[in-house]
Design a binder for this molecule. Structure first.
Ligand code: NAP
Length: 318
């Protein structure tokens, strides 16, 4: 148990990320009181019954009153309207942060509403699963993962340090960068993979009619693992692509160029190029494991027959 860092934390949005933050705060005793609000009464009721929040409010404006930390854990497109709603009710000296997967647009939408004396420090935990909702969260989600903070120049340094210490106490490693750079990095590491996964599932679905359900039947051949993230929340991902258009378009151009090279190599039966490109890719994929960002367990740690369940680096479910 660590000493409480905040008196009252307001979670605006209690889905996968909001609920995981609550679990991780409770694990270390980081907040004396956790309050929250969600869009629907059903989510609020679930959050209360799971003990994720001590008090629930139907209106975000009510929830933030008296909070010294306010965390927006809602789809990116909801951040601006929510910031406008809560702004007049934020306490002087409070830290306002978010967890949105896009940062330039979130800064554009939130910053104009933030009153003087409130410290706005945008954030993004690079951790998640394809699940959503208050029941999906778990305390270990952020363990060993990175959280990126993107404070604008001139942001109060003490507030940035405090939020950095908070994310560290949640289990995360923290890096600070500017919002534009964040959006470019995430476009290739997260946004493009989700777009490709959604697209290949749809392509296969169209093909399915020809192959008579064989796509799902034989999915263990790669399709299953490659497309896990296509089960992610459509609202969240719609908002990501609407709000990180330029960086995603740039990465799509590069991806298309590289794909065209592979296509030419296949057409020309150019085995050397294929072998070289696949070897380079395998080395990068192995580098992800060497960096502790995935498990080296065969078949992603799935249990086969009498094999014992493998322990993951974070203790998270596999
Ligand atoms: P989620 O599980 O779907 O939860 C979203 C929460 O926001 C719910 O409590 C929802 O309430 C609330 N909400 C939705 N629309 C709202 C609105 N218009 N006004 C007020 N509240 C609203 O989503 P999540 O996965 O936690 O994602 C939340 C944020 O984290 C997103 O910005 C996403 O980009 C970012 N993020 C996600 C991941 C990931 O892997 N999922 C990882 C890192 C960052 P109701 O349930 O009542 O609708």
């Amino acid at each position: 148990m660590t000493q409480a860092m905040f008196e009252r934390v307001a979670l605006i949005g209690v889905g996968l990320i909001g609920s995981s933050i609550s679990h991780a705060m409770r694990r270390r005793g980081l907040a004396k009181e956790i309050v929250g609000s969600a869009r629907t009464k059903a989510t609020l009721a679930t959050a209360l019954s799971l003990g994720l929040i001590d008090k629930g409010y139907e209106r975000a404006a009510e929830a933030v009153k008296g909070a010294d930390l306010v965390i927006l854990s809602v789809p990116v497109g909801a951040c601006g309207p929510l910031a406008a709603e809560i702004a007049p009710h934020l306490s002087a000296g409070a830290i306002l942060t978010d967890v949105g997967s896009v940062k330039e647009a979130v800064v554009r939408d939130i910053a104009p509403h933030v009153p003087a004396g409130v410290h706005f420090v945008p954030g993004h935990p690079i951790a998640g699963t394809e699940q959503s909702g208050p029941e999906a969260g778990f305390a270990e989600l952020f363990d060993g993962r990175w959280t990126i903070l993107t404070p604008e120049p001139g942001t109060d340094a003490v507030a940035v340090e405090k939020l950095k210490a908070f994310w560290t106490a949640l289990g995360s490693k923290v890096e600070i960068m500017n919002a534009q750079h964040h959006d470019m990095v995430l476009a290739i590491t997260s946004h493009l993979p989700h777009l490709i996964a959604y697209n290949i599932v749809n392509t296969a679905e169209h093909l399915q009619r020809v192959t008579e359900k064989e796509v799902i039947k034989f999915s263990a051949g790669g399709f299953r693992d490659f497309t896990r993230i296509a089960a992610s929340d459509p609202t969240m991902w719609r908002d990501v692509f609407l709000n990180n258009k330029e960086a995603v378009m740039e990465m799509l151009r590069r991806f298309s160029d590289d794909l065209a090279e592979l296509k030419r190599a296949i057409e020309a039966a150019d085995g050397d190029t294929l072998f070289r490109r696949f070897t380079e890719a395998r080395d990068i994929r192995r580098g992800i494991i060497a960096a502790g960002q995935d498990t080296p367990a065969p078949d992603f740690g799935r249990v086969h027959g009498s094999q014992p369940a493998p322990e993951t680096e974070s203790g998270a479910r596999k």
